[in-house]
Design a binder for this molecule. Structure first.
Ligand code: FAD
Ligand code: NAI
Length: 515
């Protein structure tokens, strides 16, 4: 047995070292020629965004077949499923991000990356306007108080705006948090969409804790500061509430017991239940866990106005709606997605998109309706699926293969246009027709939904093929949730870092320092 254990350890260690070596020595990308050997010019694909959809597409694209330009204000990929764990320090921010260049350097062909935001798309001239950007924010540019805007002083240099031509455009800009135009939301709440939001939540949480600590116990201001309100009982709201309550129960009680016992997390949800897309038994299980852990859940309650210290709304009751208000020290807003400005501006430029509201209408091959060279994937498009990482990731894989087939078609068309006397043009045309007709369509394979609900418990609606569906919740599901997310991390480096973070919390707990 000892020998087998030793052998397994050596083999395991060897494989891990090999992966770590590959991660840290990605190799140098070769400069790409703009033409193929047959004289055909490489087509330019411009990809917008560095999130789930775009990065999955890039990883599955044969980048040696195209001139590839990636435009995104965020120069890293963010593993969003573990973002709710960041404000409390369960997982460190750097463990869930992967630099864009670490990804592009491993690809077959060269990729040009521009740290910039697309500000306009012109589908007629096939041109996009991009503005250099060092700002990563959730959305609501200008009035988004949650964003920690990093601005760089360029010594009097003008903001850089330029344009990029494309043959194909792939839009993967995601969505921004919705506010439904509710007064005060953008100014006073924090979203949970980007790393900057997690940093802001952390800072405000520590601010209110320290401020409350110096106020007398019976001061009403202390009570207000110690109320954390989470608006929205979807998976984002539930996960962040669970993480905050864990922090209070497992760590803050050790550092500042007086404050911890008065700190209250309230989740406000407009519908009659949280986690609306999960099975009934898991919803009840979640609500029971919230009750056990003292998370105050207010269902049937819709927030309608926010000011700098209070959220106000109505509770739907049998006798009619009643007015409710919640004083708060920290307000986290998680009421779902709204389309980004760059996407809504396209709605008005393409006839077939005039009725679009939530995202771009696309066909079964993710081609934007009303265009023949613009594709959209992930949260910025409208398909019949929920806006999740799982969908965006699978769409990226599909598009990677689709563009391989498109290249084959483009090459045949080039041969037709430049045919020699002895070429059988009709046969080439038939091949193009066949390829075009047989282009596969996107089929989503739903593997299930998972959510962390706090106190080391998770809920999971799992699907195996078309025959089996399992709904499970509890501590075992929590272990499954952790394993699944480790498996899903984009790089071995991230997998190792996240495991180290969890081990650190297990051994030393989370602290209460400000960053
Ligand atoms: P994103 O991943 O949001 O990427 C959009 C990219 O576009 C970003 O790089 C952004 O910087 C860039 N961009 C924005 N504007 C522009 C512009 N004008 N020009 C160029 N680039 C631009 N889903 C799951 O399936 N499981 C989960 O557990 C899960 N957990 C989540 C937890 C949280 C806290 C959140 C917020 C979401 C979670 N989701 C989860 C949902 C999932 O993150 C999204 O569905 C997914 O990120 C969508 O991928 P995307 O590529 O469309 O957009
Ligand atoms: P969501 O759209 O899933 O939920 C938002 C909730 O806010 C809804 O239940 C809605 O009823 C409520 N709401 C809206 N307006 C309100 C108001 N004025 N007052 C009170 N409540 C209000 O949004 P969420 O959680 O941000 O998720 C966005 C997407 O990301 C979803 O598709 C979700 O599936 C996905 N996601 C998945 C996760 C997972 O699988 N673990 C984790 C986080 C997000």
């Amino acid at each position: 047995t000892k020998r087998i254990t030793l052998f397994s350890l050596l083999v395991g260690g060897g494989i891990l070292s090999y992966y770590v070596y590959l991660e840290s020595h990605p190799g140098q990308q070769e400069k790409q020629a703009p033409f193929f050997k047959n004289g055909q010019k490489k087509k330019t694909i411009v990809i917008l965004g560095s999130g789930w959809g775009s990065m999955s597409f890039l990883k599955n694209l044969d980048t040696s077949l195209y001139n590839v330009v990636l435009v995104s204000p965020r120069n890293y990929f963010l593993f969003t499923p573990l973002l709710p764990s960041c404000p409390t320090g369960t997982v460190e921010i750097r463990s869930i991000i992967e630099p864009v260049r670490a990804i592009t350097r491993k690809l077959k062909g060269e990729v040009t990356y521009m740290e910039a935001e697309a500000t306009e798309i012109d589908p007629v001239t096939k041109k996009i306007t991009v503005k250099q950007s060092t700002t990563v924010h959730s959305g609501h540019s200008g009035d988004d108080s949650s964003s920690t805007k990093s601005t760089v002083d360029y010594g009097g240099m003008e903001e850089i705006t330029t344009s990029v031509d494309y043959d194909y455009l792939v839009i993967g800009v995601g969505a921004q948090p919705s506010t439904f135009g509710i007064p005060g939301v953008a100014a006073h709440s924090v979203f949970l969409k980007e790393i900057t939001d997690a940093v802001t939540i952390r800072k405000r949480l520590m601010d209110v804790i320290e401020a409350a600590n110096i106020l007398p116990k019976d001061d009403p201001e202390r009570k207000r500061l110690l109320n954390i309100v989470v608006c929205g009982g979807g998976p984002t709201g539930v996960e962040v509430a669970g993480e905050l309550q864990d922090y209070i129960d497992q760590d803050l009680t050790k550092w500042m017991p007086e404050v911890a016992s008065d700190l209250k997390v309230t989740v406000v949800e407009a519908k009659s239940r949280v986690l609306n897309t999960f099975s009934d038994n898991l919803v009840h299980y979640t609500q029971d866990i919230f009750q056990d852990t003292n998370i105050d859940l207010r269902t049937d309650t819709r927030i309608k106005e926010v000011n700098d210290r209070m959220v106000m709304g109505t509770r739907h009751a049998k006798g009619g709606d009643e007015y409710v208000e919640f004083p708060y020290g920290l307000l986290i807003w998680a009421t779902g997605n709204a389309p980004r400005g760059i996407v809504t501006s396209l709605f008005s430029k393409i006839d077939a998109q005039r009725n679009a509201k939530h995202g771009l209408f696309v066909d079964d091959r993710l081609l934007v309706n009303g265009t023949d060279n613009i594709y959209a994937l992930g949260d910025c498009s409208t398909l019949k699926y929920a806006p999740t990482a799982q969908v965006a990731f699978q769409e990226g894989i599909f598009l990677g293969k689709h563009f391989k087939a498109l290249h084959e078609i483009d090459t045949l068309n080039y041969r037709i246009e430049n045919a020699h006397a002895n070429d059988n043009v009709e046969s080439l045309k038939r091949r193009v027709d066949r390829l075009q007709k047989n282009l596969p369509i996107f089929v989503y394979n739903h593997k299930g939904s998972l959510a962390y609900i706090g106190s080391e418990r998770a809920v999971a609606d799992l699907v195996w093929g078309s025959w089996s569906k399992v709904s499970t919740g509890g501590s075992f599901t929590f272990l499954f949730w952790r394993s699944a997310y480790i498996y899903m991390c984009l790089s071995v480096k991230n997998q190792i870092l996240v495991c180290i973070d969890w081990a650190k919390v297990y051994m030393f707990g989370r602290d209460c320092s400000k960053e």
